[in-house]
Design a protein around this ligand. Structure first.
Ligand code: PRP
Length: 298
């Protein structure tokens, strides 16, 4: 991968929290690969990009060492390694957050533990695989806790009697619930992040890397955006422009044969909820259409 001077490469989690959405993002960027079960290396035939499927823990070092140019990791993993001053993140920059794999690192305690505020955690033994993020939280809040390092199945630690509480990732909360635990403190909020090697790119590869990043940016913008079309009395146009969430100057067109009403088209950079449509209706809008956007290039 390293020696090919025209293609770029990306490392993505093979299976787990980030995997499916990371691959879906590449598909939305128009990058095709022919999937084969158990294959870990893919060569896109319509974009100069190679894809490596690996364990998430290995992604930062692959990018830092320049084996891969990009990677998609959880911000939690990146931040933990940063705090640990690991060399695996020494030559890595976060390019952008990707708005998926949303989760939070929390401290959770058994449901029957009496918790009033963070000082209730004073002196507790907390099991975690994020000792550095937990230490940073404890230091910031003047908490003296004992950290029990575990690599997996953290939730079982209180039941085994080796810890009073845990500090682990939560997404739906189902795992905590199944283990009779409740979250009491959020230590870190996380989402997927695109990381990039800080190595120098040749001019050709830099060009490909820029196109790739633009496609990701366009795909991310499109995901959070909607296109809205409506008819409105000319007198309501200003009010309507204020109601439209995250819209730049709307396009206003006259309607054939209807002198009092105009057609308004706008790109909204935020989701449009039913409440917004109801508000628009109240100020005289009609024939309101909200359309999904597939791609955006600014
Ligand atoms: C995390 C965490 C929990 C689970 C919580 O594991 O360790 O086990 O997610 O998710 P929930 O709130 O939706 O139930 P992850 O899936 O990241 O895998 P890991 O065990 O490799 O950390």
């Amino acid at each position: 991968m390293k020696n090919n001077n025209e293609r770029i490469s990306i490392a993505v989690q093979k299976s787990g929290r980030l995997s499916e959405d990371s691959l879906a993002l590449l598909t939305r960027c128009g990058i095709n690969v022919r999937w084969r079960s158990e294959q870990l290396f893919y060569h896109s035939d319509n974009f100069p990009l190679d894809l490596l499927l690996v364990r998430d823990n290995d992604i930062p070092s692959l990018v830092s060492e320049g084996v891969c140019d990009f990677g998609i990791v959880g911000a939690n993993l990146y931040q933990e390694k940063m705090l640990a001053k690991e060399t695996s993140v020494a030559n890595v920059d976060i390019v952008r957050y990707l708005d998926f794999a949303l989760c939070r690192l929390v401290i959770a305690v058994p449901k029957d533990f009496i918790y009033n505020d963070a000082t209730s955690l004073q002196g507790l033994k907390i099991a975690t695989s994020y000792p550095n993020l937990l230490t940073a939280y404890a230091n910031k809040n003047n908490l003296k806790i004992k950290i029990i390092n575990l690599n997996g199945s953290i939730e079982i630690a209180p039941r085994l009697g080796i810890a009073d509480g845990i500090c682990d990732l939560v997404s739906t909360g189902a795992t905590l619930e199944a283990n009779n635990l409740r979250e009491v403190v959020t230590v870190f909020t996380s989402q997927a992040a695109l990381i990039k090697s800080a190595q120098e790119f040749s001019a050709k590869r830099l060009h490909v890397a820029e196109i790739f990043q633009k496609r990701i940016e366009g795909s991310e913008l499109a995901c959070g955006s909607k296109y809205i079309m409506l008819h409105a009395p000319e007198s309501s146009l200003e009010t309507i422009a204020r109601i439209l969430p995250g819209a730049e100057s709307p396009t206003v067109l006259s309607l054939q044969g209807d002198s009092g009403k105009m057609a308004v088209h706008a790109l909204c950079r935020e989701n449009i909820f039913w409440e917004t449509l109801e508000q628009l209706k109240e100020v005289g809008a009609s024939s309101i259409l909200v359309l999904p956007i597939e791609k955006i290039m600014m």
